[in-house]
Each structure stands twice: as C-alpha cells, then as structure tokens.
Design a protein around this ligand. Sequence first.
Ligand SMILES: NC(=O)c1ccc[n+]([C@@H]2O[C@H](COP(=O)([O-])OP(=O)(O)OC[C@H]3O[C@@H](n4cnc5c(N)ncnc54)[C@H](OP(=O)(O)O)[C@@H]3O)[C@@H](O)[C@H]2O)c1
Length: 365
Amino acid sequence: MHFLGILVNIFVESLLVLCEGNRLAMTLFRILVLVVELMYNMVSNIFPKFWYEYRLRRYALLSKKLHSETKLRLAIVTGANRGIGYETAKTLALAGYHVILACRNSDSAASSIESLQKQTKLQTFEFMQLDLSCFKSIRAFILNYKLKYNYLDLLVNNAGVMVYPRTFTKDGLELHFGTNHIGHFMLTNGLINNLLACQYPKIVIVSSVSHYNTSSADFEFLLKKNLHEGFRNCDSLHYKHYDPAKSYSLSKLCNIMFAQELARRYKHTNLLVNSLHPGITNTNLGRLNNQRNGLITRIFKSFFAIFPAQGALTSIKLALSPDGNNGKYFARESETSPLPLSQNEDICLNLWNYSEQIIKDHSCH
Ligand SMILES: NC(=O)c1ccc[n+]([C@@H]2O[C@H](COP(=O)([O-])OP(=O)(O)OC[C@H]3O[C@@H](n4cnc5c(N)ncnc54)[C@H](OP(=O)(O)O)[C@@H]3O)[C@@H](O)[C@H]2O)c1
C-alpha cells in the first residue's frame, strides 16, 4: 500500500503542476484527485483493520527503541476521544508517551480513556478539557497545562469540525475557521515555549485534501472582507448562500499555511512542524451529512473510506519517525504537494498577522 500511496502522490503532484493557474483545469484536477483517492481507498480496504493496527504498532515499537531515555515524553492530541485522534493517542502511548487527550466533552473523553487503557494495558492517558471554539477554554487549557508540566514533546493538532450549517464560535468567528484554524493557532502559540524547552519537539497539523477546493480568490476574500467589515459580515458567511464545504476547505488550507509559517519562524530551532491529509476516513466527522443521507453514506463509507487506524498512519509517521522533515505536507505516509498558494511566504505571513488580529479583536466578546 505504501508504494501505491507514493504513486498516487506522484500522480497528484504532476497533475497539479499541469493544472495550476487554469480555473477549468483545476476543476478537472479536483475531480481526478477525488476519484484517484477513492480508488486507492477501495484497494486499501482489501487489507483488514488489524493490518493497519499492526503497522501503527510497528511505528510505536521502532520509536520506543530509539528513545531509551528515562524522561517522561509528553504528547497532546486534540480531539483524541474518537476517530483518527483516538488511534493516534493509542499509538503514541504504545510508543512510550504520556498522552494528554485535549477534548471538549469530559464524559466522552473518560470512556475513551477507559477503552484506551483496556486496549493498550497502559495507564498513561490523561484528560484535559479543551474547547477549541472558545478562547476562554483555550486559555484555561494552556494555563492548566503549564501549571502541571513545563515542557511538551509533541503537539498533534487533530480536532476538527466539517460542513456545519452557518454557525459561530463562542467568540463570534465562523465555526470552521474559528475551530479548525484559529483555535489551534491560539493553542499552539500558547504552548510554544513548552515545546521549545524540549530537545526534539514536534508539531503535527491535520489538514485535508479538501484544501485543494480553494483558490487564491477565496483566500483573499477571506482576509480582505474580514479585516474591513468585521468577521460577522464576512467571508463565506457573506456569500449569497453560505457554503459550509468551502468554509471547511478554507480552514484546512489555513492549517497548511500555519504549519508552513511556524516551520519558517522556528527554523533555527529543533522544532519540526508538518501538515498532512489523513485520507478519507470512516469516522464521525461528517456526522450532520451522515444523519441526512443515512444508508447511502454508510454504504459509500464502507467501500470508499479507510479505517481510522489507517487514517492515523500519516500523523503517526510524522510524530514518531526520525526523518527530520520540516514545513512539508504529507498524504498516504509520504510527502506530496499542497496548493502552491499555501507555500507562499507572504500569504502565510498575512494569515499569521490576520489570525493575531482576529484574536485581539474578538477577545473582548
Ligand atoms: N475523516 C476524514 O475523512 C478526514 C479527511 C480529511 C481530514 N480529516 C481531518 O482529520 C481530523 C480528525 O477528524 P476525524 O475524521 O477523526 O473526525 P471525528 O471522528 O469527528 O473527530 C473529530 C474530533 O475533533 C473534536 N472536536 C470538534 N470540535 C472541537 C472543539 N471545538 N474543541 C475540541 N475538540 C473538538 C471532536 O470532539 P467531539 O467528539 O466532542 O465532537 C472529535 O474528537 C480533522 O481535523 C479532520 O478535518 C478527516
């Protein structure tokens, strides 16, 4: 599967080079990328779930061998109570990390910890409350973490929401942008000194293939409209018909840009930051759509979506392998090309400044 994954990535990269810059060609590119990914997933599903669990365990064992030091290694995984985050937390524990599950729902986190402990026979899981759609909660999380620990080896920005109807975060931001990007932006910057206190710190940012569904025009619109008109009247919220899929895709583009800018800012340190697409995975992410479409979605997912364990492979590879990649984008466990827009230094810097401004403007809400 790994070899096939590399072939798919080469195909996507070559196609992107050919199509970039032409609107019509980019539409074709998006369709072909989706078709190729779904075909790849169908082939992946020939292997049973335990094959991917076995591969995760191999990453964990190899990493454990490399780290024989006695110091407790600390990892935070956001949204670790289910889906890809759950599998990521499990593997990190098997690799020897003490894993902090940064989740918004304490009951769900408690039952996830119970089953993680059962499955791994390890006690090394801890819950800390974090709602990424609320500045107050993010600040409280950072404070609580710092009161308890003064370093952090690994941060996995995994949590996410997808295609919700027109909704705002508690601080008045569009839900996808506010949770998926701004929430993680604030969290990461709040913990950066704890990361830099470690010898080999890492940040893994879970983005999505759907970032290809955006364009520089969408992105400019997001920035300009928001800055000039205030967030409530802006961006995709202000399109005639609010487009939740576009809003999700934009937030995932921001994830890659954030990873890029972080890598650039801290390139003189040992910090390694990378982003990734986990694969179209059979999780609860599109729960609203699933409820609407019921049986059709379930059938589609069982053929064309991968197991959560396979979805966690790329995050785990970036978290545990000693490769030294920095500022790169991955899919199917190997490097690939994101939209060139997300690699533009000026644009990434703009997003950074803009994100800081938004947090300032909305902190009094
Ligand atoms: N599944 C896919 O096909 C796919 C494809 C591309 C990218 N991704 C990305 O992969 C990541 C993981 O998604 P998944 O597929 O594992 O979905 P999932 O099963 O729905 O998990 C998402 C996690 O994020 C948490 N979360 C949502 N809003 C939050 C908030 N405000 N504060 C804290 N946590 C919050 C959820 O918590 P609750 O349980 O409380 O809701 C849940 O734990 C996401 O970033 C997603 O964009 C997924």
